[in-house]
Design a protein around this ligand. Structure first.
Ligand code: WTA
Length: 653
């Protein structure tokens, strides 16, 4: 994003309408309450939940950087998301309007959800699983995926959801790292009206590496596409033979506020994904709090739709835990926005009268490309609030989103947060904040963030030239509690840069304008953001050098009009590679990365080059490669061993 777009306070600004303010969940007093007494404020938010045993202390930060929130409290996440709504007399309210890819649909009420979650919990118990055990969930967006997550939560089993677009290799490394005892999957998955195998990938993962011993005892399979699947007698079980036949009654027990709720793997700056750990009380408190106030959600009235996948943190926090804790009625959808055609989302909005719609900037830009006449052909008047997440939203897309989807009046909440933060940290409050297109505006009540320089000094407001880093200078309830099995990496990644000050380093660059609005500018580390998905350059490089013809690879994220960033790779071939047809090889390498990691990691471009630009210490200069990939004049090349390598690299483009 250019300086002129982000740097000026005279940007257009949108005040909330009087009509919206009058009915908003949050007013200015929310900020005042948090400022007056932070602990009391969070205690109040926590008490929106049901505690089987009340907590005795709000925050224990004595073991920093591992926080304990709501010390001594006990609760059950599934009870909070399901049972209590039924007990309060809302059992007949629809929890999930589910829309399948091939056009099938299904409604689940809170009564239905309670019965299904109880059945699954009884089955998991029969399989011998106990609180603290890990369960891997590798499923498309079917209701059973949500039921499985809630059943784990109900029993204190720690789930690890693995995006169903990930490869068998990626699944295996996650299963092994967490030592999962159970894997839950589907026979196949629908995509654009066609079925593709999924259980087969689980088998491939579990038999990988010559079937070295692994932790998995059972694979539980939901029938979705009815395709033929491989079967291992004794290990594999059908959901319809087990869960569907189990008792729909299950009495839950409560778990400690700090009991691990889930692990979610995300890309870091090295090739090995990090298993981010989230716990129970603080996580549920902040997801429920933010869902209620940021989305201005009214239980029993709104129809909420978050278009994310449960494989990512947005699906965990804003499809499963936050909305269900708040008794939402929501749309859950399996599919792609242009299948069967580009009207898919707007048909769904019309069908269910969606009032709150939460999506990613990359999709907004795609809608823009398809043209406004597509949403214009539908009655979208039910929409009263729009949300954005996953990457900075460019002002042009923001304005288009408001105008064509929000009828020029729906407030937009641009929500900044991360897998690590667990819940939204910065966002406008829709009934309070005047919004600027492209800005996440500022920390929510109860949250504290700063923009500082390399040395931790506050970056001056309005300074558009300074390199500011976003830091979180106070612990927050839904913060990660560590990286699974690697507490050193946890400290080194997030807490070392500003160790003296005790601040969390988010890995994002940011600026504050003269009005005090925060602008998040994107990653400052080797993490790319492609269509809102986090992918590390190292992961893609390691997939590329895994190919027998590749000697070395360097990967950068280059600006892309639709996907935010696109993956651009530069590879050097092995001397023994001989004469190669480089078009064919590039195709092969792209396919290799898609197979090794996931189709979402397929490089946009691969260039075969004779050399890579390196510093004297042998470090690849990604900054310069990014300049080349984006067609810019080269920055400072004085530290390069051999500046002439660029002639050759340019020639290969
Ligand atoms: C980026 C997704 C600007 C950011 C919830 C962050 C954003 C990373 C925004 C986390 C936003 C997310 N504005 N950038 N509103 N939201 N990001 O872990 O770079 O998949 O560090 O969590 O996405 O991605 P993650």
């Amino acid at each position: 994003m250019s300086t002129t777009e982000t740097g000026h306070a005279q940007q257009d600004s949108y005040e909330p309408s009087e009509e919206f303010v009058a009915q908003a969940n949050a007013g200015k007093e929310l900020f005042d309450a948090a400022d007056a007494d932070r602990d009391a404020f969070w205690a109040e938010q926590a008490n929106r939940l049901h505690w089987h045993e009340p907590f005795t202390q709000v925050l224990d930060w004595s073991d920093a950087p591992v926080a304990k929130w709501f010390v001594g409290g006990k609760l059950n996440v599934a009870y909070n998301c399901v049972d209590r709504h039924v007990l309060d007399g809302h059992g007949d309210q629809v929890a999930i309007h589910w829309e399948g890819d091939p056009g099938d649909s299904r409604d689940l009420t809170y009564n239905d959800l309670l019965a299904e979650v109880s059945r699954a919990a009884n089955t998991f118990t029969d399989l011998g699983l106990e609180a603290g055990d890990r369960v891997a969930i590798y499923m498309p967006m079917v209701p059973e995926a949500i039921i499985a997550m809630l059943a784990c939560a109900r029993l204190g089993l720690t789930h690890s959801v693995v995006f169903a677009g990930f490869s068998p290799t990626a699944l295996r490394s996650r299963v092994d790292d967490a030592e999962a005892r159970l894997v839950i999957t589907t026979d196949g998955q629908w995509r654009r009206g066609k079925s593709a195998p999924l259980k087969e990938a689980v088998d491939e993962a579990l038999y990988a590496n010559g079937d070295v011993p692994h932790s998995v005892e059972h694979v539980l399979v939901v029938r979705r596409t009815e395709i033929e699947i491989p079967w291992t007698e004794g290990r594999d079980l059908w959901w319809h033979d087990t869960v569907a036949k189990a008792s729909p009654e299950h009495a839950c027990t409560a778990f400690d506020a700090e009991h691990p709720l889930f692990i979610l793997y995300t890309s870091g700056t090295t090739g090995k994904p990090k298993g981010i750990i989230h716990t129970t009380g603080g996580y549920l408190t902040q997801t429920a709090y933010t869902h209620h106030y940021v989305f201005d959600h009214k239980p029993g009235k709104d129809v909420y739709w978050c278009t994310a996948d449960i494989g990512w943190v947005t699906g965990h926090s804003y499809i499963v835990y936050g909305p269900l804790a708040n008794r939402a009625t929501q749309v859950v959808y399996e599919g792609t926005p242009n299948s069967p055609d580009e009207h898919r989302h707007w048909n769904i909005v019309e069908k269910y009268k969606v009032s709150i719609y939460y999506t990613a900037p990359t999709l907004v830009r795609t809608f823009m490309k398809w043209g406004h006449t597509i949403p214009g052909a539908h009655d979208l008047s039910s929409i009263r609030l729009l949300g954005s997440v996953g990457e900075p939203i460019n002002p042009e897309a923001w304005r288009w989103y408001r105008k064509y989807i929000g009828a020029d009046k729906a407030p937009i909440v641009d929500t900044w947060w991360q897998t690590e933060t667990g819940a939204i940290m910065m966002s406008p409050l829709p009934g309070v904040t005047a919004t600027k297109p492209g800005a996440a505006m500022g920390p929510l009540p109860g949250i504290s963030a700063k923009v500082v320089d390399e040395n931790g000094k506050d970056v001056t407001r309005g300074d558009t030239e300074a390199n500011g880093y976003l830091v979180l200078d106070q612990p927050w309830p839904s913060m990660l509690r560590g990286i699974w099995g690697d507490s050193e990496r946890y400290k080194a990644t997030y807490w070392e840069k500003y160790a003296e000050q005790g601040w969390y380093f988010a890995g994002d660059g940011a600026k504050i304008d003269t009005d005090g609005a925060y602008w998040v500018l994107g990653r400052v580390d080797d993490v790319m953001n492609v269509s809102g998905h986090r992918i590390s350059t190292a992961e893609v490089e390691s997939a590329l050098v895994g190919h027998r013809k590749v000697a070395e690879a360097a990967v950068v994220g280059a600006t892309d009009d639709t996907t935010g960033q696109g993956i651009v790779a530069f590879v050097i071939l092995k001397g023994s590679a001989g004469e190669v047809d480089s078009d064919a090889l590039v195709k092969e390498l792209k396919a290799e990365v898609a197979r090794e990691i996931s189709p979402i990691a397929r490089p946009r471009e691969i260039h075969v080059v004779p050399e890579l630009p390196k510093t004297r210490s042998g470090k690849i200069m990604r900054r310069l490669l990014r300049d080349v990939a984006e067609g810019r004049e080269l920055g400072d090349t004085s530290t390069l061993v051999d500046p002439s390598v660029f002639e050759a690299i340019r020639a290969s483009k």
